[in-house]
Design a protein around this ligand. Structure first.
Ligand SMILES: *Cc1c(COP(=O)(O)O)cnc(C)c1O
Length: 449
């Protein structure tokens, strides 16, 4: 089928995520992907500077991972995970436990980031119920995003993405999020951190004994615009909540697998959460899979004589062997390709290029954490904000770089195999686009993600 026929069928049958089909430009038809690049039917090559929604780690169609999946598919593609088990799941659970802070030991597999969060929320609700002390309140950080299923939407309700569903979500309390950038005065950030800690203290003394769990994205809040927090502050929040006997859930769906410079953000925080949620990069970006990893004190609260005490949750494809094989291969690539060293080099390059770009009058709040680099557009007309991101996205696409600004926040989360040339060209293209910034407001629907 030629690309015109394919795009006509796409229009007729494919319902795309986060997309207003009536006004969106036709999607790019991608035929092939390799390394940090996507090859489109228009004959052009694009730098995938957002790792295809933050999932790809080592590059597209990485041979080692592709071969691990093919080999696993020929041997055993899928079996149920209740009453049965298999080496790929066992080895992956053990490999994750070996790389996570030591108390995180018990791995529950699911299918994506939202389910990893749902499982964590349900674990905490039942943890209290099993202990004979049911509780009802959750606490989150303002701006946190945790996924699109109902529990995940409730946990992330302050992100403001959920208009029509807002009345359907269970109540989740919200703590201010203290975040900053290179141009944030130290005194301002410290004041915001102190205020957040004071709010937490007040909250815990009023409601600590009703609290089911505290859920947050550590170090970097992704979907709310790559908002970066300092590790010592996150550690202080976690210590206070844990001291009150309340479980802390780290949503590392985005920050996991090297994005923040360490394999997991919790390593920099220096305090182990009670539960960590992983997905996105878990399989190197090849297959959908999630994991919720808990400390023994949570796991043990589910042990007993009755099945009602067990976690009665599962998905048809729990611990899918293909996903496990991909994840194991991806972890091996971390060692074989010295990926953490690559991430450090990528971070240093961002640091250099972003410092140069930061002098541009349209750039504010430049910031970086590991391989994530971001800034906000400085726009005089706030109402123009969301379509500005889209305008920038289209101009960058014309220049062969795929970006997806979040509102007015522009960011890179590129595959770890991206070359220095890829980045230099992308920053040069950004500068060109910023220099050519129009005075009028381009029309267009606002977009998330
Ligand atoms: C993407 C994301 C999720 C949701 O993951 P899906 O696989 O899209 O369901 C949850 N939390 C964070 C921090 C994310 O970035």
């Amino acid at each position: 089928m030629d690309s015109q026929e394919l795009l006509a069928l796409d229009r007729a049958h494919c319902w795309h995520p986060f997309t207003q089909a009536q006004t969106a430009a036709p999607p790019l038809l991608i035929e092939r992907a390799a390394g940090a690049h996507l090859f489109a039917a228009d004959g052009r090559r694009y730098f995938d500077a957002v790792s295809s929604w933050w999932v790809n780690l080592h590059g597209h169609a990485h041979t080692r991972i592709a071969e691990a999946i093919a080999q696993q598919a020929r041997q055993m593609e899928q079996v149920m995970f209740a009453g049965l088990t298999h080496a790929p799941a066992i080895e992956l659970a053990a490999a994750l436990a070996a790389r996570l802070p030591p108390p995180l030991q018990h791995v529950f597999f699911s299918d994506n980031g939202s389910t990893a969060i749902e499982v964590a929320l349900k674990m905490c609700v039942q943890y209290w119920a099993n202990r004979g002390r049911p509780r009802r309140r959750f606490l989150s950080l303002e701006g946190g995003y945790h996924g699109d299923t109902f529990g995940a939407m409730a946990a992330g309700r302050s992100s403001g993405f959920y208009g029509p569903f807002a009345d359907w979500l269970f109540e989740v309390d919200v703590l201010p999020c203290a975040h900053g950038a290179w141009d944030t005065p130290d005194a301002d950030l410290e004041a915001a951190e102190r205020a957040a800690l004071a709010a937490l203290d007040a909250y815990l003394s009023a409601h600590g004994d009703e609290l089911v769990a505290f859920v947050l994205e550590p170090l970097v809040q992704g979907a709310s615009g790559m908002r970066m927090q300092r590790a010592a502050h996150v550690a202080a929040l976690v210590r206070r909540v844990q001291a009150a006997g309340v479980p802390v859930i780290f949503d590392e769906v985005m920050t996991g697998f090297g994005r923040t410079g360490t394999l997991f953000a919790c390593e920099q925080v220096g305090v182990a959460p009670d539960i960590i949620c992983l997905s996105k990069g878990l399989t190197g970006g090849f297959l959908p899979m999630g994991a919720t990893v808990a400390q023994p004190h949570l796991y043990e609260a589910f042990l007993g004589e009755s099945v009602e005490r067990a976690l009665l949750h599962g998905h048809s494809y729990t611990a899918n062997p293909l996903g496990c094989a991909a994840a194991l291969a991806s972890l091996r690539v971390f060692d074989e390709e010295a990926t953490l060293a690559r991430i450090a080099a990528q971070g240093a390059l961002h640091e250099e290029l972003l410092r140069e770009l930061a002098a541009h009058p349209l750039v504010r709040a430049p910031r970086r954490c590991g391989s994530i680099a971001a800034f906000d557009l400085r726009l005089s007309d706030a109402g123009y904000g969301s379509s500005a991101g889209q305008w920038l996205r289209e101009r960058m696409r014309e220049r062969g770089v795929l970006l997806r600004p979040l509102g007015t926040s522009v960011y890179f989360i590129a595959p770890y195999c991206s070359s220095e040339d890829d980045f230099r060209a992308a920053y040069a293209a950004l500068r060109e686009v910023l220099d050519a910034w129009p005075r009028g407001a381009p029309a267009g629907a606002s977009e998330h993600f």
